[in-house]
Design a protein around this ligand. Structure first.
Ligand code: SF4
Length: 385
């Protein structure tokens, strides 16, 4: 009899030339809690950031470095033909993509187009935030790192983690970093729930941890974005446990190959966990069966906890009321942009204060145009099919 396996994280190996894909795809789930990405937009942090120096990447001579506007030629060219999903080569979106869209859609679009724009201060915030998340996770269990060489292995790891967490949740335990995914309005949406546990009354509660650089609560606009984020988690998690997410839809969007045999390290870990599987397809079936047959409840309560990074003091907690209709309406509106059915929008006039702290303020065509995209940038919206 085997005990539940420790949660695992992937580490990409440079064997097949696919490692870049793997690490990119894996990062949405395990390498970094996607909730951390929201800190990039944290207003108070942004206020302290000098303009655009770049954290990441080899090609990162940061655009706009000398306060010169960035040429958006590439963007313009791409806009002529395809939807943002196609143009940015996206197979799926992260929950945080939609919650940042809730802050400013154009900023999210710039983030995809110019990923090297991250300022160093924000990178530091991200690192510290990720450490706090990791420390919390390690309170509950050890983490095992598994080398992987294919994107199928990267997804297999997410599935093994789900399989290891379901029994804990079933028996009333607490779990952290639970991967969620599901098709929403024709697009696959993925994310990671920080924590799920039961209250004294037996209700299933989602707890989202937000680390703050300064010991103050965020502004209402930031809270609104956080509320939308946790509402999306519930939206997807509930669909998963209700059997509305299917392997076929996942394969369709991710272009994963279910027949591909799993790598030796992943197989070994699966066997240690008592799972008799050979391919990703086997594992997928097992996950979908477990999710639907385990009789897991839907999420009853959504809670956000704001914590000061340095002192770990709890600054406050928000309880979010889930408004399904409103969430669905927003998702439909946001997905219309990603599917190329409408052009991206910047902030409304009354929220122009957001531009003051935006990394893209110097190059933003919306801001320059006083609330419209200039004709040269204007994407050609595809007609809905
Ligand atoms: Fe959005 Fe303003 Fe930034 Fe433009 S400058 S991307 S409108 S927040």
């Amino acid at each position: 009899m085997h005990g539940p396996p420790c949660p695992i994280q992937s580490c990409a190996m440079a064997e097949t030339g696919e490692e870049e894909t793997v690490s990119t795809e894996a990062s949405g789930f395990s390498d970094l809690s996607d909730s951390e990405f929201l800190e990039f937009l944290d207003l108070e942090d942004a206020q302290e950031s000098s303009a655009s120096l770049s954290k990441s990447g080899p090609s990162t001579e940061p655009p706009g470095k000398d306060d010169k506007p960035v040429s958006l030629q590439n963007w313009k060219r791409g806009l002529d033909v395809s939807s943002p999903m196609e143009r940015f080569h996206l197979k799926y979106l992260y929950v945080t993509d939609l919650s940042t869209q809730n802050w400013c859609e154009l900023q999210t679009a710039y983030g995809k187009e110019l990923p090297g724009f991250l300022v160093p201060e924000k990178a530091a915030v991200l690192d510290t935030g990720a450490s706090i998340h990791l420390a919390r996770e390690l309170e509950l269990h050890d983490l095992v790192t598994i080398p992987i060489t294919t994107k199928e292995d990267a997804w297999a790891i997410k599935f093994l983690n789900i399989l290891s967490m379901i029994p804990t949740l079933q028996s009333g335990g607490r779990i952290r970093e639970f991967p969620v995914f599901g098709e929403v309005e024709g697009v696959l949406l993925v994310g990671v729930i920080d924590e799920l546990h039961y209250t004294a009354k037996g209700e299933l509660e989602l707890a989202e941890l937000k680390t703050r650089r300064h010991p103050v609560l965020p502004l209402e606009a930031q809270k609104k974005k956080d509320c939308f984020q946790v509402s999306l988690y519930k939206y997807i998690f509930d669909a998963m446990v209700q059997g509305k997410v299917t392997p076929a839809s996942l394969i369709h969007h991710t272009k994963l190959c279910p027949e591909k045999p799993l790598g030796p390290s992943v197989l070994r870990h699966a066997q240690q966990g008592g799972f008799s599987v050979k391919s990703l397809g086997d594992l997928m079936e097992l996950v979908f069966l477990s999710l639907t047959l385990s009789d897991l409840p839907v999420i009853d309560i959504l809670k956000i906890e704001y914590i000061h990074q340095e002192t770990a003091t709890v600054l406050g907690t928000e309880t979010v009321t889930f408004e399904e209709k409103e969430v669905r309406g927003k998702v439909q509106h946001y997905m219309a942009y990603w599917m190329g059915h409408r052009e991206p929008q910047g902030v409304d006039v009354e929220e122009a204060w957001k531009c003051r702290t935006c990394n893209y303020a110097d190059i933003c065509e919306w801001r320059k145009g006083g609330g419209v995209l200039s004709s040269t940038l204007k994407p050609q919206a595809k007609k809905p099919k």
